[in-house]
Design a protein around this ligand. Structure first.
Ligand code: HEM
Ligand SMILES: *[C@@H]1O[C@H](CO)[C@@H](O)[C@H](O)[C@H]1NC(C)=O
Length: 670
C-alpha cells in the first residue's frame, strides 16, 4: 500500500564535479523499499480528516479551517470544489485546509514545532545574511525561455498549495516589527518569527530597517478541529486543494465559488470594461489591494493571490476568459443544457486543458522530457490513447519539501522589469514590478493587457541560477517605500518555520548520497559555494534544503539539481496518479471520449494567449520559448485549437428534457 521511491543513482564520476548524463535518474514507483535509516526514513503522511462536528464555538477558530461534514461520496462525473471525494476510499485526501505531506521526519528545534536550530543547539545563521552572501542578484536573461514560462510556474503553484494563516502580499495583521522596521520588544505574538536585518545591510541600513515581519504558518496544532490522527510533531496546513484542478479559478469551496459565478449559461462572473471581460471587483478592495485611490481595481478570484503581480493576474484572467469561452461554445452547441451542466462541463474541459499544458508543454522544460517519460509522469501516446494509471493508494497531498523548498527554487526565474510589447514586437514601455504589486489596475487600462501578454512571451525570463532579481530581493511588496522584503530570505525562513529535514537528509533520501563532511558536498555544489556555506553554518548537517538544493548544478535536460529534481518528480508523479479525474484516463464514469481527448491534446499556451487576449493577432507556437528560427511568430490562425464541436450532445433530442447529466452521464458516443 505504501508508496516509496528508490532513486537509483549511477554516479559515474572520477572527477569530483561533473554534470551527470541525461538518463541520470530512475525512480521505481510502486515498489516497497524499507528505509535504511529509521531516524530519517521516509514517512508518508496521511492527511488529517477534519470532518466531524465542531464542538466548542467559543474557541474562535477560523471556521474555514474546519470543513463541514461532506455528504457521503457519490460517484459524480465532476470534481467537488474542495477536493473531497476525489479519492472514494479516503474522501478527505487532498481537500482544502489539510496538511502538507512529509517525505522525511521534520527537524524542529524542540522536536515538536519550534523553528529548526543548529545541531549545536544554537540559532541557524541569519536568513537575510544567507540571501546576501550566498545568493547573487545579477541580471542574466535566459537564453531560451520567456517570462511566460516563469509566470505559468506561479499559476501551477497557486493551484496546488497556499500556507494557512498568511496574507501573502497583503500587510499581515500580526505585527512582529513596527511599521518603521523595528523589532517589537515585548509581547511578541506566538506566531512571530521575524527576520532580523544585519547591521551592514546594503539596502536596509540606508533606511534604518532592522526587522522584516514574518508570521509562522498555522499548523494542525493551532487548529482545534476534531482530529484523531495528530502526530508527535506539528504539520503545516494548506488552505487550497492539493489537486491540479484550477481551484484558483473556481475557488476551494461553495462559499468561494458562489460570488464568482454568474449562474447564467455556465459562466463565471465578469465585469465588462471597454468590451473585455475582467474578474469582478473584490468587496473588500481597500484591505486586499494596495490601492492609490479607493475606486481602483482589485479583483475577486478563486484565489486570494490573484492581485499579487501583473503577470499572475493576466494568467488568472486568461484562465477565467477560457472558461467563459468554452461555456459559450457549449451553450451554442447544446441549447438544452442548463447553467449547472454547462458550468461543470466547461470547468472539466478547462481543467483538462490546464493539465495538458502543465504535463506536456511546461513541466518537460522544468523537469526534463526524458526524466518525465522515464518516471511515468508523461507517456508517448498517439491520438486519443488513454493512460490508465490511477492509483487510489497514493496520497495527493502537496509535499512540504516541494512547496517550501524545491518548487520555490524557481523564484530565481522572476524578471523584475516588464516590457510592453506591440503586435510587431517592438517595446513601447517598461514597468517596474515593485510599483505594481497588489495593484492590478495596470492590466486593464488601455491596451495594456495585450502589451503585457506579448511582453511575457517576448521578453526572456531570468536564468535559473543562484541569482534573484533585485525587485524581489530588496523591493518585494514595498508599497511605495524605498525598500521592501526579500523573497529569498523569506524562503529560507519558511524552511525553518516548517522544520524541513536538512539538505543532507534529502540528499540521502534522494539517493544523491549522505555527506559526511563539507567536502562531500562538492559533487554537486561548487567548492566556492561550499566554502561560503562553511563560513556561515556551524555544521554541514545544518545546511537547509532551500539553500543546499538551490546551489546544486542542474541535471542535464532539467532546470534543477538532483535533490530538488527528485522532490519535484515525486510531487508531479503523485499529482497525476492520485487524481481520479486526471484527463488522460479512460474510466467510463469520468473519461473524455477518445476523440475529445485527442482534441484536448492540441491545447497550448500560445493558443490560450491567442484566444483570450483582447486582440492578440500573432504568437510563436511555443509561447514558453523565445522567438527563434524554429519558433517564429505566426498568425494565431496557424496555431492548433481544440475543436469544441466534439462536445455536441447527441443523447437528447433538441427539445428540453428532464434528463440530468448526473444520473446518466452521456455525451458524444461515436
Ligand atoms: C513575480 C513572481 C512571484 C512572486 C512575487 C512570488 C512571491 C511569493 C511569495 C511572497 C510567497 C510567500 C512567501 C512566504 O511567506 O513564505 C511565495 C510562495 C511560493 N512561491 Fe512564489 N512568487 C513568484 C513566482 C513564483 C514562481 C515562478 C514559482 C514556481 C515556479 C513560485 C513558487 C512558489 C511556491 C511553491 C510558494 C509556496 C506556496 C505555498 O505552499 O504557500 N513562485 N511566492
Ligand atoms: C470582506 O470582509 C468581510 C468583513 O470582514 C468578511 O466577512 C468577508 O468574508 C470579506 N470578503 C472577502 C471576499 O474576503
Amino acid at each position: 500500500m505504501r508508496f516509496l521511491i528508490l532513486a537509483a543513482f549511477l554516479i559515474s564520476s572520477t572527477l569530483a564535479i561533473k554534470v551527470p548524463a541525461t538518463s541520470y535518474f530512475t525512480y521505481h514507483h510502486g515498489g516497497s523499499i524499507p528505509s535504511q535509516n529509521a531516524a530519517i526514513g521516509p514517512q508518508f503522511s496521511q492527511p488529517v480528516n477534519y470532518y466531524g462536528s465542531f464542538l466548542d464555538s467559543s474557541l474562535k477558530v477560523p471556521t474555514q479551517m474546519c470543513p463541514p461534514t461532506p455528504p457521503p461520496c457519490t460517484k459524480s462525473r465532476y470534481r467537488s470544489l474542495d477536493g473531497s471525494c476525489n479519492n472514494l476510499y479516503n474522501p478527505s485526501w487532498g481537500v482544502a485546509n489539510s496538511r502538507y505531506g512529509r517525505l522525511l521526519t521534520p527537524r524542529y528545534g524542540d522536536g515538536v514545532s519550534s523553528p529548526t536550530a543548529s545541531v549545536t543547539g544554537h540559532e541557524l545563521p541569519n536568513a537575510r545574511l544567507i540571501s546576501l552572501t550566498v545568493f547573487g542578484e545579477s541580471d542574466v536573461p535566459d537564453r531560451g525561455l520567456t517570462i511566460a514560462n516563469m509566470q505559468w510556474g506561479q499559476i501551477v503553484t497557486h493551484d496546488m498549495s497556499l500556507t494557512a494563516g498568511g496574507t501573502q502580499s497583503r500587510k499581515h495583521t500580526t505585527r512582529c516589527c513596527t511599521d518603521d522596521g523595528k523589532l517589537i520588544q515585548s509581547g511578541l505574538h506566538s506566531t512571530c518569527f521575524p527576520i532580523i536585518v544585519p547591521k551592514n545591510d546594503p539596502a536596509h541600513s540606508q533606511t534604518g530597517t532592522e526587522c522584516m515581519n514574518f508570521v509562522r504558518t498555522l499548523t494542525d496544532r493551532d487548529n482545534f478541529c476534531p482530529d484523531k490522527t495528530q502526530k508527535s510533531y506539528a504539520e503545516q496546513l494548506s488552505v487550497v486543494t492539493a489537486y491540479m484542478d484550477l481551484s484558483h479559478v473556481y475557488g476551494n469551496s461553495e462559499e468561494q465559488n458562489r460570488p464568482i459565478r454568474s449562474f447564467v449559461s455556465g459562466r463565471l462572473l465578469v465585469d465588462n470594461k471597454q468590451g473585455f471581460e475582467y474578474p469582478p471587483q473584490h468587496p473588500n478592495a481597500s484591505t486586499t489591494c494596495d490601492l492609490q485611490t479607493p475606486q481602483e481595481t482589485c479583483y475577486l478570484g478563486g484565489d486570494m493571490r490573484i492581485n499579487q503581480n501583473p503577470g499572475l493576474t493576466i494568467m488568472q484572467i486568461i484562465l477565467l476568459r477560457e472558461h467563459n469561452r468554452i461555456a459559450d461554445n457549449l451553450q451554442a452547441l447544446n441549447q438544452h443544457w442548463d447553467d449547472e451542466t454547462i458550468f461543470q462541463e466547461a470547468r472539466r474541459i478547462n481543467i483538462a486543458q490546464f493539465q495538458h499544458v502543465n504535463y506536456y508543454e511546461w513541466l518537460p522544460i522544468m523537469l526534463g522530457h526524458e526524466n518525465m517519460l522515464k518516471n511515468e509522469l508523461i507517456y508517448q501516446t498517439s491520438h486519443g490513447d488513454y493512460v490508465n494509471d490511477y492509483n487510489p493508494n497514493i496520497d495527493p497531498s502537496v509535499l512540504n519539501s516541494h512547496a517550501t523548498a524545491a518548487f520555490r527554487y524557481f523564484h530565481t526565474q522572476i524578471e523584475g522589469q516588464l516590457d510592453f510589447v506591440a503586435e510587431e514586437r517592438t517595446i513601447s514601455n517598461t514597468i517596474r514590478l515593485s510599483d505594481w504589486f497588489n495593484r492590478p489596475v495596470v492590466v486593464e487600462s488601455g491596451d495594456n493587457f495585450d502589451f503585457l501578454s506579448r511582453g511575457m512571451t517576448t521578453q526572456p525570463q531570468e536564468t535559473t541560477d543562484i541569482n534573484n532579481d533585485v525587485e524581489v530581493k530588496h523591493f518585494l511588496f514595498r508599497r511605495g517605500r524605498p525598500f521592501g522584503l526579500d523573497l529569498k530570505a523569506f524562503d529560507i525562513q519558511r524552511n525553518r518555520d516548517h522544520g524541513l529535514a536538512s539538505y543532507n537528509d534529502f540528499r540521502e533520501f534522494c539517493g544523491v548520497g549522505r555527506a559526511h563532511g563539507w567536502q562531500d558536498f562538492i559533487d554537486f555544489i561548487s567548492p566556492a559555494n561550499v566554502d561560503k556555506l562553511k563560513a556561515l553554518y556551524e555544521s554541514h548537517e545544518d545546511v537547509e534544503l532551500t539553500v543546499g538544493g538551490a546551489l546544486e548544478r542542474h541535471v542535464d535536460g532539467a532546470l534543477a539539481g538532483p535533490t530538488f529534481l527528485c522532490i519535484l518528480t515525486e510531487q508531479f508523479y503523485r499529482t497525476r496518479v492520485a487524481d481520479r479525474f486526471f484527463y488522460e484516463r479512460g474510466d467510463s464514469n469520468t473519461a473524455f471520449t477518445s476523440e475529445q481527448l485527442n482534441e484536448i491534446r492540441k491545447t497550448s499556451m500560445a493558443r490560450l494567449f491567442c484566444d483570450n487576449g483582447n486582440n492578440i493577432q500573432q504568437m510563436q507556437p511555443a509561447a514558453f520559448r523565445r522567438v527563434s528560427p524554429n519558433n517564429q511568430i505566426t498568425s494565431c490562425s496557424n496555431i492548433p485549437y481544440v475543436d469544441l464541436s466534439l462536445w455536441r450532445d447527441h443523447s437528447v433530442p433538441a427539445f428540453k428534457s428532464d434528463y440530468t447529466i448526473y444520473n446518466a452521464p452521456l455525451l458524444v458516443k461515436n
